[in-house]
Ligand binder design. Structure first.
Ligand code: K1U
Ligand code: ZN
Length: 173
């Protein structure tokens, strides 16, 4: 297993639309294992493949363990997700992102969702999610469509955050 470098915004790769996984191979299983290790080490509660430079519709999450000691991990790997239903009511959550480090903002999303996806055995699964799980899944699926949580906030706040990140990148290079 390996800890993979996480791409930080602004970066054109984070704006790309990822393509469906055609076949669940050993290479995909190895990528998933590396993504879990990267997510827990960060620490984070989710990670999309594009954040580690792989343009595939694949994400991992664990909102139970939250990367903290004393909590039993509940890792979920989600391949080719398809949101089939969203609730009429919305919820607000202060989101963060490993690709937008040290910045947080309130984002409004549907409270509950239903989705179908493939698990690592290629079996179709259905999931009804609410609370943080629902928020995190929607955030990660946004990544697969080239959308960051800052795209849900005002242009003024977004540009301020992205400008700061760009300045940090320039200073580090
Ligand atoms: O970069 C990512 O997509 C992961 C992101 C997921 C997320 C967080 C909050 C709302 C929606 C989606 C993170 O994991 S940011 C870090 C974080 O939230 C966290 C880290 C350690 C413990 C608890 C939370
Ligand atoms: Zn993110």
């Amino acid at each position: 297993m390996a800890i993979l470098p996480i791409i930080v915004a602004p970066d054109p790769q984070l704006k790309t639309i990822s393509t469906p996984v055609a076949e669940i191979t050993d290479e995909i299983r190895e990528l998933v294992a590396d993504m879990f290790e990267t997510m827990y080490e960060a620490p984070g509660i989710g990670l999309a493949a594009i954040q580690v430079g792989v343009q595939k519709r694949l994400l991992v999450l664990d909102v139970v363990g939250k990367g903290q000691e004393g909590e039993d991990p509940e890792p979920i790997a989600i391949i080719n997700p398809d949101i089939t239903w969203v609730s009429d009511d919305d919820s607000m959550y202060e989101e963060g992102c490993l690709s937008v480090p040290s910045h947080y903002a309130d984002v409004v999303r549907p409270t509950e969702i239903k989705l179908s996806y493939l698990d690592l055995d290629g079996e179709k699964q259905e999931l009804h999610a609410d609370g943080l799980l629902s928020t995190c899944i929607q955030h990660e699926i946004d990544h697969l469509d080239g959308i960051l949580f800052v795209d849900h906030i005002s242009a003024l706040k977004r540009n301020m955050i992205l400008r700061k990140l760009l300045k940090q990148k320039k200073m580090a290079s």
